[in-house]
Design a protein around this ligand. Structure first.
Ligand code: ATP
Length: 437
């Protein structure tokens, strides 16, 4: 191979035994079918950077579909896109392995000299976005652990450069603008000068506005799933990308402030919250739209083809902040139950957004208390217990449970015994048979 390097030691040191085993099995299976398997892309890049990456992408020189079917015969779940000759194999764990085919005519197999690289892999790698993503590791018995690097990805990674493979890269696929900014910021690379120039002319040339709404949506969603989205948001602003994507959008220091708070709050609170990763990107989007006119905000929702549920989260975040501030404000002490009832039915992601977006400290504190503690509070007694106390089945049971929740939130009851006593004292006579069971 050209520019090869032995990564065997690095793989033993940095990858788990389980990952090394999996790679060996993938390589062996390919060889048993007279094909070759390579680990490629982000997995290789992150191995060289010492970062964990469990997304395994495999390129097969040969027939990827036949390769996946062979695993299927061994009892593994696979899903295959015949047309693109790609798919995935699900290994226990669960561990998903994406498989692609490096296009090559069948008559070229079986491979005569397994140590000679064929150019189908090179072509596959050349179709990728950046040099650091265009490296492969051979998984065959004889070439195990060999880094295949045709385009200088290893050198660029050492020097900390993010570089496109050729000058038409952003024109070919403008979503690479997002990918470039995301990788640069996440991996702390520096975009090489020519790449900056090409990216800038892609943005200035308006190519981003040619992307379909769904592709933009998917890129924005991925961007907002980064652990720290703010640097990427800012970098896209530097390039003028937001303005091209969403004309009229005002991304300013207010956006920065809200995004920064969202990130901090989410980090601090996510263990107290039920998983809402699905809506987290939407509230980051709300931060991006926060400072703009309502007409612009609505046109962004249209452009991204948001589903009704997504629109609901975004609209509530943006258009009900004022009303929420009114409901949750007040100079004096507010009882926790008042805050909780005011927030009934509001998605937690929206509460998080309001906490980040409001400039009123008192309201922010109340929202954060709701998110960390109060939203989880439930009475100890259940509906069944209320019936067992002798109350009649019907709407009253729900009413008692709600009142009990209020009492618990406001600290009037603590133990189960106190709850029972509280119910009997508060609703005397409502139970025809109040004899305690
Ligand atoms: P991330 O850690 O964000 O997932 P990744 O580089 O692993 O980064 P994937 O989206 O999983 O990203 O893509 C896997 C590989 O596929 C990349 O490393 C790259 O080689 C290639 N790739 C993905 N998207 C593109 C694209 N738009 N153009 C060219 N190559 C791409």
């Amino acid at each position: 191979y050209p520019w090869q390097e032995d990564l065997t030691d690095l793989m033993v040191r940095r990858l788990s035994e389980e990952t090394n085993d999996l790679l060996r099995r993938l390589g062996r299976m390919a060889e048993s079918l007279s094909m070759r398997a390579y680990a490629v892309g982000g997995f290789v890049r992150d191995l060289l950077l010492g970062r964990t990456n469990l997304d395994l992408d495999i390129v097969i020189e040969g027939d990827g579909v036949a390769f996946m079917k062979a695993w299927e015969r061994e009892g593994y779940r696979v899903s295959v896109h015949e047309r693109f000759r790609t798919g995935m194999i699900l290994f226990p764990g669960p561990r998903k392995v994406d498989v692609a085919t490096a296009r090559r005519e069948f008559y070229e197999f079986p491979v005569a000299q397994p140590t000679v690289a064929s150019d189908s892999l090179k072509h596959d790698l050349y179709r990728r976005d950046f040099t650091v993503n265009a490296m492969a590791i051979a998984l065959g018995e004889r070439d195990w652990g060999t880094l295949v690097d045709y385009f200088g990805g290893r050198r660029d990674l050492r020097r900390g450069f993010l570089k496109v493979l050729h000058n038409l890269s952003f024109v070919e696929d403008p979503t690479r603008v997002f990918r470039a900014v995301r990788l640069e910021q996440r991996l702390k690379l520096k975009m090489e000068e020519n790449t900056v120039r090409l990216l800038t002319s892609c943005v200035r040339g308006g190519l981003l506005s040619l992307l379909s709404g769904l592709r933009v949506k998917s890129e924005v969603e991925i961007l907002f799933h980064e652990a720290l989205p703010l640097p990427a948001i800012r970098r896209l602003r530097e390039f003028g990308a937001w303005e091209v994507l969403f004309p009229g959008l005002a991304v300013d220091s207010r956006t920065d402030r809200v995004v920064r708070r969202l990130t901090v709050f989410f980090r601090r609170l996510h263990r107290d919250l039920p998983p809402f990763e699905d809506s987290l990107w939407l509230v980051y989007l709300a931060s991006l739209l926060f400072g703009s006119d309502e007409a612009v905000q609505r046109s962004v929702m249209d452009r991204l083809h948001l589903t009704p549920a997504e629109r609901h989260v975004l609209s509530l975040s943006l258009f009900s902040l004022g009303a929420a501030e009114n409901d949750l404000g007040g100079r004096g002490e507010r009882r926790p139950s008042e805050i909780c009832w005011a927030l009934t039915g509001v998605p937690l992601a929206v509460c998080l957004f309001w906490a980040a977006a409001t400039e009123r400290q008192r309201i922010r504190r109340r929202l954060l208390l709701f998110l960390t503690r109060w939203h989880k509070v439930r009475p100890m007694l259940t509906g069944r217990d209320i019936l067992d106390l002798g109350y009649r089945r019907g709407p009253l049971v729900g009413k008692i449970l709600d009142a009990l929740l209020t009492a618990r939130l406001d600290g009037s009851v603590e133990t189960r015994e106190e709850e029972i006593q509280w119910v009997l004292d508060t609703y005397p006579g409502a139970a025809p048979d109040t004899e305690r069971k």
